[in-house]
Structure formats: C-alpha cells, structure tokens
Write a protein that binds this ligand. Structure first.
Ligand SMILES: Cc1cc2nc3c(=O)[nH]c(=O)nc-3n(C[C@H](O)[C@H](O)[C@H](O)COP(=O)(O)OP(=O)(O)OC[C@H]3O[C@@H](n4cnc5c(N)ncnc54)[C@H](O)[C@@H]3O)c2cc1C
Length: 398
C-alpha cells in the first residue's frame, strides 16, 4: 500500500478550488435540510447543475475518452463527499447506463444516454423482490412475449429513487422452467408506463425508498438489455461494479472500496465528539481526562482509519462493521443527550446535534443494501480465501 502524499499541480489545485466553491454554491443549507427531511439522497437542482458543468459526463467517461484524470477523479470523489452532496442516485444511474451501453440496442442507447449525461434521466435498480434479495437470480417477476413486445407482471422491493427516476433496470424471469441462472432477462422499463405503481417506504435511518408494482406493463422489445434468458451475464457485470469488484488503476488513487463516503461521515462525527469531550465543564474537568473516554476515542479513531485503508470486499465489510460498533460507543461517551436526533431541542447544546445518532441508524441498512454483510463474508470466504462453497444443507443428527 502506498501512503505517499500527492502533490497537486497548479491546474489540479485550481480544479479543486473551483469544484469546492461550486459545490458550496449549490449544496446549500436548504438543500441539506430538505434532504434530511425527505431522506431522498437526491436533489434535482444539484443533479442538473453538476450535469450542466459537465461533471457528470467527466465522471462517467474514462480519462482517455474525455473523463477525469485519476487525480481529478479522486478530488471529485472527496469533495463531493465532504460537501455532503445528496447524489447517490448518480452512482446507480451511471452503473445502469454502462450496462445499457454495453448490452442495449442502438435505439435504446440513443434514447437514454444523452439524457443521462445531461442529468435529465435517472435510472434505478429493480433487483430485490418482496420474497428475498440476496439471491437475485430467484426472480418471480415475469416477462412474457407479446408480439413484438413484452408484458411484465410482478413487484420489486426497495426500488430506491424510483420516484426520481425515469427508468428501472428490471430483472425478470422469462423461463420459469429453466435453471434459475438461465431464466433471466433484463429490461430498462420506462417508469411512466401504464401499470407501474410506486409506493414510498421510509427506513430506520430516515431514507426514502420504494416498493414498485408492475401490472400488465407493456413495453416494446427495444427496452430489453441483452439476450432473452441471458440476463445473468448482463447482471453479473453490474453486480461486480456494485460490489466494488473493479480493476485497480495503476496510479493507486482509486476509491478502494464501495461506501467509503459513509466513512467520511464517521470521521467527521468522530472529530465532533473529540471536540466536545475536550471541552472543560464548569469545574474545569474535561471528559477526555477520564482514561476510559480517551481510550475509547483512540480505539474509534484507529478502527476508522483501519476501515478507511481496507480495500474491496474486505473494505465494504470493515466500513459497515466499524459504523455498527463505533457509533453506540461514541453515543455512550457523549451521554444520554446523544440519543436526540438532529435539530431536536437541546441536541446541539447537550451533545453533537444528533450526528452520531444518525450514523447509528444508518449503520444497519448500510450493512444490507448493495448486498448484506453476511453475503459479503461468504463471498470473501469462498472467492478470496478459497474455503469452498457454503453448505446450506440441514445439520443431520448423528
Ligand atoms: C435502504 C435500502 C435500499 C435498497 N435499495 C435497493 C435498490 O435500489 N434496488 C434493489 O433492487 N434493492 C435494494 N435494496 C435491497 C437490498 O439489496 C436487499 O435488502 C439485500 O440484498 C438483502 O436482501 P433481503 O432484504 O431480501 O434479505 P434476504 O435475502 O431475505 O436475507 C435475509 C437474511 O438472510 C441472510 N442471508 C441471505 N442469504 C444468505 C447467504 N447466502 N449466506 C448468509 N446469509 C444469508 C441475509 O444476510 C439477511 O440477514 C435496498 C435495501 C435497503 C435496506
């Protein structure tokens, strides 16, 4: 691992300043307050402004095709996180757009790509079903041929951002009699199609997601992405990207694991707690003078740093686990007022205005979406440590 400091050129420094100022002008207090209230992780004004400046397109494209250089991509990722930009929708949109470009018809690419890069069109994921999401290949949503098109029936759970998206990347079953990995076909379904219904769900951390229903939804064949019953090969690439299984670049500047932005929030929260416990009370005593507080704070900083340096699937687990274990400990250090959510009376004076409390609530769902921690641990055991496939057969009594 290379911990070398990157010396920015004058041009890259200027880029960082310009980006930081631009983000400060569009990610206003009002945008952040609205995002907290709605839990949407999305703001259309911000999204369109980033697109208009060409940032979305430069993020989407590789460097050799007009995209960010490795250094600017790193600056971009760090600054967008530091500004608390509500923009998680872009990651999903870009991921689906790559599958559409790779596997979609020319007609579909022409319909979708200009709008995606202009920020007007957003794409969401329709993988998980009410009966289960970890094994995405066990899909009950049916697509049936209807002349030149298809009729879709079924439902999807946790279709995040569907209400701000124009298309859903939908896994369907087109051959229930076939083995499950040979039964799938992917579609990019326009969410304005008659028969699509979107219902809101709020999660424990206040995020808004959705359940979506598809009742006799009719779409032309050009919305199919990849071969009929060949959906697994389309999906595998998209799942690899979501799991952070990507080729490392030669410069060592790449984001090393998915969800590192959550760790930036934890690092910010930890700094605030350190500031609070360093303040003397009316007797002149500082909480951090208590050795157990100092020890626990130090341990939290070390765990955060270790999670930040852990790559790929290991990093995804380390980040979520760090959030799950450190946030209750940090709340305990702050005392009972730490359970007050952001903006509640007294939360800012008596504790950290709900900063760690929010991360405590975020820690549970973030160990679920994009694949649960248990599933990631199995992938690590099987693929990285070579321990073989897990055995789910019932334990036999001897
Ligand atoms: C906030 C949020 C947003 C989400 N956004 C989206 C989205 O936009 N689009 C989308 O399609 N999905 C989305 N999801 C769904 C997410 O991907 C699934 O919740 C996840 O894959 C787990 O599926 P499940 O909830 O159906 O749990 P299940 O698969 O039913 O699992 C239940 C439990 O069994 C465990 N388990 C299951 N299989 C195994 C195994 N093989 N080995 C060990 N343990 C196992 C799991 O870890 C879990 O504890 C979102 C979820 C959340 C919470």
């Amino acid at each position: 691992m290379d911990f070398a400091h990157v010396e920015l050129s004058d041009e890259d420094s200027a880029f960082q300043t310009e980006l930081r100022e631009f983000l400060a002008s569009i990610v206003t207090d009002e945008v952040i307050a609205r995002d907290r209230a709605t839990g949407e992780n999305f703001d259309e004004g911000v999204h369109l402004a980033l697109a208009e400046r060409g940032y979305l397109e430069r993020d989407y494209r590789p460097a050799e095709d007009g995209g960010f250089t490795a250094v600017r991509r790193r600056i971009w990722e760090l600054e967008i996180g530091r500004a608390h930009t509500p923009w998680f929708h872009w990651g999903t949109t870009a991921m689906v757009a790559k599958s559409v470009e790779q596997f979609g018809s020319r007609e579909l690419v022409a319909e979708v790509m200009p709008g995606v890069l202009a920020g007007r069109l957003r794409l969401c994921l329709g993988y998980t079903e009410p009966d289960g999401g970890s094994d995405v290949a066990t899909c009950k949503t049916r697509a049936v041929r209807d002349g030149d098109g298809w009729i879709i029936n079924g439902s999807k759970m946790f279709t995040s951002n569907a209400h701000n998206a124009q298309y859903v990347f939908l896994i369907t079953n087109t051959d229930p009699a076939a083995p499950k990995h040979k039964s799938l076909t992917m579609f990019l379904v326009p969410l304005t199609s008659p028969g699509v219904e979107i219902q809101a769900i709020r999660t424990v951390d206040g995020d808004r997601t959705n359940i979506t229903y598809y009742s006799d939804v009719r779409i032309p064949d050009h919305y199919r992405v990849g071969d009929v019953n060949g959906g697994w090969s389309v999906l595998r690439e998209a799942l690899n990207a979501e799991h952070g299984t990507v080729e490392r670049d030669a410069e060592g500047l790449q984001k090393i694991a998915t969800m590192t932005e959550h760790l930036l929030l934890l690092a910010d929260g930890l700094d605030r707690v350190a500031g609070i416990v360093g303040r003397p009370d009316s007797t002149g005593r500082r909480p951090v003078d208590d050795e157990s507080v100092a020890y626990r704070l130090g341990r939290a900083a070390a765990r955060t740093e270790a999670a930040r340096s852990t790559p790929e699937k290991f990093g995804r687990v380390a980040i979520a686990q760090a959030l799950r274990e450190l946030t209750p400990d940090l709340m305990d250090i702050l005392g009972t007022a730490a359970v007050l959510p952001v903006g509640t009376d007294g939360a800012a004076d008596a504790a950290d205005d709900g900063g760690i409390e929010y991360l405590f609530r975020l820690a549970s769902p973030m160990g679920i979406y994009g694949g649960t921690l248990e599933v990631f641990r199995n992938m690590i055991a099987q693929h990285e440590l070579g321990l073989g496939r897990p055995n789910y057969s019932p334990i036999r009594a001897s």
